[in-house]
Design a protein around this ligand. Structure first.
Ligand code: NAP
Length: 282
């Protein structure tokens, strides 16, 4: 039976460290890290994420600003808000919650954020830096996954690492971070043939597909570390991952639950990035 990786506990320990450092910096410089969060429209999931980000800021003692813009906001308004925040010294991190309403251009929005304040690490300057291993910020979810793997004491070096999913937000940067940790990395996607053959090779399996309970125990190598990034709503409203927990926990050595695994880490890594952005200005 696998040991369960407690994302809440790992996240709490990280937040305690961030809180302590924030207080130390405040007593030395009289300033706090500042995060501005922008949400456009009424997407219910986005509203929950944004509320949790605000709460996270309060918990660790950050200064925060929340901008709720109406659904019909146009690009010039959004870009001028970003420009204002780019030039505001109180703000070290700017986050525009995605997805944006269809009429807005996400790529243009990402490009408008000053890369030094891009705490989501979505700007091409930051994704490029991750590629060459000289990063300021790591994208939040993949960085959280790395902390969770680290918490198991697993040495990634030389291990077979399989990432399922190749999105710009999770799969691709995840593969890059595992590679930088000297893993032997394979990326799978919807066109991968014989997925099961590939996943059964994995010592470390990171799943970010967006399909409920897709990975079953027969697809997992005995003793593998299984990290489930997926967040899917079942018909009864319950949250579930991409990994069928019941069958996989019988085979894996470590496994993350959903909820309570990767989810709590993502916002914590956002706070970590905001702290880094602040420290970069000192
Ligand atoms: P995405 O952009 O939809 O990407 C999904 C990936 O899965 C794609 O690369 C797709 O391949 C691949 N895929 C789809 N069906 C597949 C199949 N049958 N076999 C193999 N690969 C398949 O999703 P995402 O943004 O990366 O998110 C993935 C999941 O993570 C979602 O459930 C999301 O809610 C969750 N998530 C959680 C957090 C968190 O904080 N816990 C953060 C971000 C995302 P193609 O490229 O070929 O289409």
């Amino acid at each position: 039976m696998a040991q369960i990786i407690n994302g809440k506990a790992v996240s709490l320990a990280e937040r305690e460290r961030i809180t302590k450092e924030t207080e130390e910096l405040f007593s030395k410089y009289g300033r706090r890290p500042g995060l501005a969060v922008i949400i456009v429209g009424e997407d219910p999931a986005s509203k929950v994420y944004v509320a949790n980000k605000e709460k996270g800021c309060q918990e660790v003692g950050f200064y925060s600003e929340l901008y709720r813009l109406p659904e019909d906001t146009q690009m010039p308004e959004l870009l001028s808000l970003i420009e204002k925040l780019n030039n505001d010294d109180k703000i070290n991190g700017i986050l525009c919650q995605l997805p944006l309403p269809k009429h807005l251009n996400e790529e243009e929005v990402i490009l408008a954020i000053n890369p030094n304040k891009d705490v989501d690490a979505f700007h091409p300057v930051n994704t490029g830096k991750i590629m060459i291993g000289n990063h300021s910020f790591l994208p939040c979810t993949p960085a959280g996954v790395m902390k969770l793997i680290e918490s198991t004491g697993t040495d990634i070096s030389g291990k077979e690492c399989v990432v399922i999913g190749r999105s710009n937000i999770v799969g691709k940067p995840q593969a890059m971070l595992l590679l930088q940790a000297n893993g032997t990395v394979t990326i799978c996607h919807s066109r991968t043939k014989n997925l099961k053959e590939v996943t059964r090779r994995a010592d470390i399996l990171v799943v970010a597909i967006g399909k409920a309970d897709f990975i079953t125990g027969d697809m997992v190598k005995e003793g593998a570390v299984v990290i489930d990034v997926g967040m899917n709503r079942r018909a009864d409203g319950k949250l579930t991952g991409d990994v069928d927990f019941e069958s996989c926990e019988k085979v894996a050595s470590y496994i993350t639950p959903v909820p309570g695994g990767v989810g709590p880490m993502t916002i914590t890594m956002l706070l970590e990035n905001t702290l880094t952005a602040f420290k970069n200005t000192l």
